[in-house]
Design a protein around this ligand. Structure first.
Ligand code: XMP
Length: 481
């Protein structure tokens, strides 16, 4: 563990990523054998330490699905209505479940036109047809809808001869059954013929494809959701679907915030991550008052689109915040995972955050420019750019007031800005590059896994001139080779 007391650093020096360098260490394995398995929160394991930030230009379902398939996790933003946020969470949970429990069904008395609309709205290609007691009567698929008149009733267009499965079926058996009957959807029924779930070929076949995905006990992708500490209703409703809640407030160390979070923790039974915190006292105080904290999100004012520090001269740089949080947890004897949040630009920053005690890194800037982010794209001068905006920016605040009937702005000033970032393509490619960078860095540091990085890595303060390039290398010309 990099301990502040062992580094010759003044206690008052609030440092950041560029102030340190990782010292090389002895290793007896190759970088590709290194494990990046870690924890997001007390009960959620990850295979890579990457978390996408709850920002409305970063994380909705598509980004969260990509993060989870690659072994990380996404936190769905809260700049929307409760219903919209729940829908995003559900999309992730439905993306690859083995047995979908929360099945979208239709009544036989609806019209084919209505069935088509429901399918389009939810992006699905088939609906089980059930009566008022949820008894399975048939199934209507995209094909049935395409070739029937929109005015006729579902009962006239549906297939009634449905192949079904029982709850104990295994993924392998379900694949066999679907192949045998050449079907893509397998309704699961109980002994009375009532619909209790749905298996889709797409979901079952994807399970083998993403071996390192972050999944829950039912094989569904995991996802977290952001909530305001003052929105108990949202927290309770979301907790029925999301795997974890992230208390999303710029300054957690506030009596009202702590008391409101206490109520949330008492009312939900999923992991609750608190933040943002930036001081040792903040962590000591919050963790002791709240009893059941499952994770800490730390760093204040370092985010790429934050203006907090410029405007208020208040904040705690992410790396410094990690070190202080770790000191506090050691003092408390609590092993709570720390998420380093804000200002992360590359794999090296993540390695340093972990070396100082973090378990994962939350990123907005890194993912906002990717295809999967829910942000608008624009062409400027022949190149594509995507928008990234702070959740405290004027436009994000305006949207919050418009979409969330309970939103209250406690501050009268915006603390974020907007930026157009170069389009980076698919998030999976960005994730793979970060993974490769992280493993290379850990190889240099002589550590085989995240635990060793947290406990064995050595860092040093670095002088500004240490890695300065020769002036003629600053603007290298085109290679002739
Ligand atoms: P990066 O640098 O990865 O940081 O984009 C993401 C984190 O920035 C924080 N955030 C803000 N901080 N004003 C702030 O002071 C804002 O408007 C704002 N929006 C996001 C947040 O912690 C996020 O995870």
């Amino acid at each position: 563990m990099v301990r502040l007391s062992e580094l010759d650093i003044e206690k008052s020096y609030a440092f950041s990523f560029d102030d340190f360098i990782l010292l090389p260490g002895y290793i007896d394995i190759e970088p590709n054998e290194i494990s990046l398995a870690t924890k997001f929160s007390l009960n959620i394991n990850l295979n890579i330490p990457f978390v996408s930030a709850p920002m409305d230009t970063v994380t909705e379902a598509e980004m969260a699905i990509t993060l989870a398939r690659n072994g990380g996790i996404g936190v769905i933003h809260r700049n929307n209505s409760i219903e919209e946020q729940i829908e995003q969470v559900k999309k992730v949970k439905r993306a690859e479940s083995f047995i979908i429990r929360d099945v979208i069904t239709i009544s036989p008395d609806m019209t084919v036109g209505e069935a088509a609309r429901v399918m389009q709205e939810h992006g699905i290609s088939g609906l089980p047809v059930v009566d008022e007691n949820n008894k399975l009567l048939g199934i209507i698929t995209g094909r049935d809808v395409r070739f029937a008149s929109p005015e006729i009733k579902v009962r006239e267009a549906m297939t009634t001869d449905v192949i079904t499965a029982h709850e104990k079926i295994t993924p392998e058996e379900s694949i066999e059954l679907m192949k045998k009957y050449r079907i893509e959807k397998l309704p699961v029924v109980d002994k009375d013929g009532k619909l209790v779930g749905l298996i889709t070929y797409k979901d079952v076949s994807l399970r083998g494809k993403f071996k390192y995905a972050t999944r829950d006990e039912n094989g569904r992708l995991r996802v977290a959701a952001a909530v305001s500490p003052f929105d108990l209703e949202r927290a309770i409703k979301l907790s029925k679907y999301a795997d974890a809640l992230v208390i999303d407030v710029a300054h957690f160390h506030n009596q009202n915030v702590i008391s409101a979070t206490y109520k949330i923790i008492k009312n939900v039974d999923v992991d609750v991550i608190i933040g943002n915190l930036g001081t040792k006292e903040g962590v000591l105080d919050s963790v002791s008052k709240l009893e059941k904290v499952a994770g800490l999100r730390v760093g204040i004012g370092s985010g790429s689109v934050c203006t907090t520090t410029q405007i208020t001269k208040a904040g705690s740089p992410t790396l410094y915040a990690v070190a202080l949080a770790r000191e506090a947890l050691e003092e408390l004897g609590a092993d709570i995972p720390i998420i380093a949040d804000g200002g992360i630009r590359n794999a090296g920053d993540i390695v340093l955050a972990i070396a100082f005690g973090a378990s994962s890194a939350m990123m907005g800037y890194i993912f906002a420019g990717c295809k999967e982010s829910p942000s608008p794209m624009m062409m400027i001068g022949g190149r594509y750019y995507k928008l990234h905006r702070g959740m405290g920016s004027a436009s994000a605040r305006q949207k919050r007031m418009a979409v969330d009937r309970y939103a209250k702005l406690s501050k009268e000033i915006a603390e974020g800005t907007e930026a157009w970032l170069p389009y980076k393509g698919e998030a999976t490619t960005v994730i793979q590059e970060l993974v490769a960078g992280l493993k290379a860095a850990m190889g240099y540091a002589g550590v085989k896994n995240i635990k060793e990085l947290q406990t064995k890595a050595k860092v040093r303060r670095v002088s500004i001139s240490a890695f300065a390039k020769a002036p003629d290398l600053l603007f290298p010309g085109e290679s002739k080779y």
